[in-house]
Design a protein. Structure first.
Length: 337
């Protein structure tokens, strides 16, 4: 099977590509290697993914013409059987500074991949949504059946737009599509703009950590290996075009699932675990809640457990030390990337 993986130099994308090639699938990975964070980290992920079954091409997936040209060359006349679309402009806070980047990548770029699936006869496309679509919903745990019509960030709005556009394509063109709402993914090769990386880097280098909302926040932290297992399980189980109601409410071949750890952790406890893994205390600089941030995430994963066999198995007491060990090896014991 040939799988196109977008965002293949990204945190989750590179991990998915490694797992796909590890089981014998051919992977064509694309990424634009932008400078939202250090491009060298992205290149290092690509190097760690190297395989005879892995082909990488640098391209902006929001550029329709460039995307088509690059894929024609990479595929050499062969087709794409399935797509794992993980590329996006990430980050809630950055969407306040550069909103157009989110519309270009997350909306126009998502449409380009749907058109590729439509005209390329792709058997199934799995795409990344986000727990951010739930906004500040007080109804916990968060369920895919909930209304998510009040996004509190542009990033969340673009991810909800992706779900809506996908529903229209599944209805009109009967393309099997699966959206995955990821909950705060962390682990080796993670993103420098995420809390686990930022806190680890600051603690090991003797800098204060910024703790928002006085630490009164809870997150469903999900280890990357668990997320990858969920992505592959979803990829292997395209939703049926049978008129039955799917998770998320569609009667077309379109399903939406939560992928989380099904466990909301206090931010303070996360910091305690990072301190223990680093072997030194943090200096906590308490800050107010930031615009666009949500207070709590907690995933109901019952649909994913039933349909995909999704069973996250990594608590933060295991996952955080694994990240810190990787971080020390990647950057040097006390170095920053």
């Amino acid at each position: 099977m040939t799988v196109l993986v977008t965002g293949a130099a990204g945190f989750i994308g590179a991990a998915v590509a490694r797992s796909l090639t590890g089981r014998g699938d051919r992977v064509v990975g694309i990424d634009n290697l932008n400078d939202y964070y250090a491009p060298q980290l992205k290149r290092d992920r690509i190097a760690a993914t190297a395989s005879d079954l892995f082909t990488f091409r640098e391209v902006d997936f929001a550029d329709e013409e460039a995307l088509g040209t690059v894929l024609d060359g990479a595929l050499e006349g062969a087709g794409v059987d399935r797509i794992v679309h993980l590329a996006a402009q990430a980050g809630v806070r950055y969407s306040l500074e550069n909103p157009r980047a989110y519309i270009r990548a997350n909306v126009a770029g998502h449409l380009n991949l749907l058109e590729l699936a439509r005209h390329g006869g792709v058997g199934h496309m799995v795409y990344a949504s986000s727990s951010s679509v739930y906004g500040d919903s007080p109804a916990l745990p968060l369920r895919v059946e909930q209304r998510v019509d009040q996004p509190i960030s542009l990033y969340a709005a673009t991810k909800k737009a992706d779900e809506l556009i996908s529903e229209s394509y599944a209805h009109l063109f009967r393309i099997p599509l699966t959206g995955l709402r990821f909950f705060t993914v962390y682990g080796p090769w993670g993103r420098p703009d995420m809390a686990v990386w930022k806190f680890t880097d600051a603690i090991l280098n003797g800098r204060p950590i910024q703790v928002y909302n006085q630490g009164n926040m809870r997150r469903d932290f999900t280890y990357v290996d668990d997320i990858v297992a969920g992505v592959l399980a979803a990829l292997d189980r395209p939703p049926a075009d049978d008129g039955a109601v799917k998770p998320g409410g569609s009667v077309s071949p379109h399903a939406v699932y939560n992928l989380g750890n099904h466990r909301a952790e206090e931010l303070g406890r996360l910091i305690d675990v990072i301190e223990a893994a680093c072997g030194r205390p943090a200096v906590r600089d308490y800050q107010p809640l930031q615009p666009g941030d949500v207070l709590e995430t907690y995933a109901d994963i019952s649909d994913a457990a039933r349909d995909l066999g999704f069973a996250p198995a990594t608590p933060i007491d295991v996952g955080v030390p694994a990240f810190v060990d990787w971080y020390r090896g990647y950057t040097g014991a006390n170095g920053a990337a």
